[in-house]
Design a protein around this ligand. Structure first.
Ligand SMILES: *[C@@H]1O[C@H](CO)[C@@H](O)[C@H](O)[C@H]1NC(C)=O
Ligand SMILES: *[C@@H]1O[C@H](CO)[C@@H](O)[C@H](O)[C@H]1NC(C)=O
Ligand SMILES: *[C@@H]1O[C@H](CO)[C@@H](O)[C@H](O)[C@H]1NC(C)=O
Ligand SMILES: *[C@@H]1O[C@H](CO)[C@@H](O)[C@H](O)[C@H]1NC(C)=O
Length: 304
């Protein structure tokens, strides 16, 4: 908004055309500056660090010089396995002023892998000012699969029995437990899942903040979801698009989920308003999303 002071009478009459031209000049100056005023915040994945974003940071510097980039450098390495509410609180503590800043021309939050489900916690539990959220292969509706990470972190378990660990008070202090979504033990999930269950408002216990969570989520203008069938880690890979296994381990899209149908956290509203952008990209394995120029060009650059 450009405010023109009108309380003192003008000393001299200005030609209207002159005023219009100066206004246009002023606006175009603001317009040019706006590209330089975006803030980008990046949230890394499990067992990883802020440096995951180095490649894209370089590309942003080339294409959008002046953009301020903040790659979250907390909960790196093994501390990425800590409980997610703890991580979300710590990140909001340090990055809150950036995530809720109104001084920039928009905050863009980008996440990769586990960073996606952390971002859901951030988006739903604070009065942020994030304009665009971009998720690269995040387990947004949970994870249920034997992967390298699971075998590495929990060698004594397989996907069919690890619910015994995860669906307990102890298991909810582990990040993967927070988004473990076992289609064969949904009542245990709904009894114990203090993170994904709460974000989806599908727990047996009530989230007294569910309406606030929804309002916060809808502060987003656009949500961009990127994932694909050759990912190999996010299981089912459609979780990157809010898809979930049913009891037969057949993937059901978000539209079939109760939390979508009752718009429990605002996803349906976002979608109906054309603010949800879903992209499927084949031939990209999990560790390559944030190292692929095409991903940057197509799904990140246009939003900066
Ligand atoms: C549900 O969770 C509570 C602890 O939060 C526990 O005491 C209770 O036994 C659980 N019920 C089932 C069926 O697991
Ligand atoms: C699972 O498949 C069986 C047999 O194909 C079917 O009868 C049942 O309704 C399916 N269950 C779900 C939850 O889709
Ligand atoms: C969350 O679930 C509770 C209990 O089922 C319900 O009363 C509440 O309205 C839901 N919140 C939202 C935002 O839909
Ligand atoms: C798949 O990706 C690999 C390596 O990134 C590339 O060499 C190959 O051409 C791609 N194949 C297709 C069908 O796009």
């Amino acid at each position: 908004m450009v405010r023109v002071k009108t309380d003192s009478p003008p000393r001299q009459e200005r030609k209207p055309l002159h005023t219009v031209v100066s206004l246009l000049l002023l606006l175009s100056l603001f317009g040019c500056a706006s590209h330089a005023q975006k803030d980008v915040v990046f949230m890394h994945g499990i067992l990883a660090s802020a440096s995951e974003f180095d490649y894209f940071t370089d590309l942003i510097k080339q294409h959008r010089p002046g953009t301020r980039v903040y790659a979250v450098n907390m909960y790196e390495g093994f501390s990425s396995v800590l409980g997610l509410w703890e991580q979300v609180a710590g990140i909001q503590d340090k990055y809150g002023p950036i995530l809720s800043s109104t001084s920039s021309d928009g905050v863009v939050l980008i996440s990769y892998s586990q960073g996606g489900i952390i971002s859901r916690g951030i988006l739903q539990s604070m009065k942020h000012n994030i304009e665009t959220y971009i998720s690269l292969s995040g387990p947004l509706a949970g994870q249920f699969g034997d992967t390298y990470y699971l075998r590495f972190l929990f060698p004594l378990f397989i996907k069919d029995n690890i619910y015994r660990l995860f669906y307990s008070d102890f298991g909810q202090d582990i990040s993967v437990g927070n988004y473990w979504n076992d289609p064969h033990h949904q009542s245990l999930y709904r009894n114990y899942s203090t993170y994904l269950g709460l974000l989806n408002n599908e727990t047996f216990f009530v989230n007294p903040q569910s309406k606030e969570f929804r309002q916060n989520f809808l502060r987003l203008k656009n949500m961009v979801l990127v994932g694909g069938p050759d990912d190999g880690v996010i299981t089912p890979w459609q979780s990157s698009h809010f898809g979930v296994y049913d009891a037969n381990e057949t993937v059901q899209p978000m539209e079939k989920q109760k939390w979508y149908q009752n718009d429990a956290f605002g996803l349906k509203t976002l979608n109906k308003a054309g603010r949800l952008h879903i992209h499927t990209v084949a031939n990209i394995t999990h560790i390559h999303w944030h190292r692929t120029k095409m991903v940057f060009d197509k799904f990140i650059l246009p939003w900066l």
